[in-house]
Design a protein around this ligand. Sequence first.
Ligand SMILES: O=c1ccn([C@@H]2O[C@H](COP(=O)(O)O)[C@@H](O)[C@H]2O)c(=O)[nH]1
Length: 266
Amino acid sequence: MTFAQAVTDRTRRLDTRLCVGLDPRLETYRDLDHLRAHTLDVLEATAPYAACLKPQLAFYEAAGLAGLTVLHEVCAAARTLGLPVLLDGKRGDIGSTAQAYAQGWLAGDHAGSALTVNPFLGFETLTPFVQTARANGGAVFVLVKTSNPGQADLQGHGISERVAGEVTRLNTQEEGEYASVGAVVGATHPQDLAAFRARLPRALLLLPGLGAQGAGAAQLAPAFDAGGTGALASASRGVQYARGLDVGASVAAARGFRDELNRALA
Ligand SMILES: O=c1ccn([C@@H]2O[C@H](COP(=O)(O)O)[C@@H](O)[C@H]2O)c(=O)[nH]1
């Protein structure tokens, strides 16, 4: 089963469109063991409400080599729980370097995973990521319109629409319901969701910004297809640190986001 199929299947079986982000902040914990234990606890406790898991690579990299070991454990635990893993790394570089990133995050231990990618170096630099994702049953999520306010500096002026056009072109090379090239569109832009859904008919949409960045689930319905699939709304701090390190509060937050998304689609 490909990443896109696994996410769609999980959304239908568990009736959830929530992507749980795990972005552990080292300064929040006594030490790395504490970070590891809490992150794995949140993962296990919130998995029933998640269609997908999105670790932000930066937070694991910030904890050094031992942090990358924790990331490895988090990904392995997600796989054991049947939870598809979307690695948020926003990688992008000239083709030969992109190939190395793709090998590292979409093949080998990470086969079947998805990775966020940055198209700023040009569409041709997406090729190694897309080819590696296809060869390994994974996916890439191309930054189309990010959730941060400053995105307008560079992503306005029709740029996001051009990137969306390239995502759609790449997906016409594949068969099936949702293809291996997804798109990142911030949940903070609810007014744009219907237009991007229409421009990106076979792309899974990742909608970051739920919770801590102020986006609400109630406005996200236009990102989904008529069957209630095709998009993942993502919350990281709003789940992992819903009330300090209280794992019960993380579970309540994940359940709450899932229910709000479902109500928005009802
Ligand atoms: O447009 C984007 C793309 C990615 N992100 C990432 O998602 C999480 C958001 O964290 P919250 O705590 O839910 O605000 C984080 O890892 C970002 O790097 C994004 O916010 N916007």
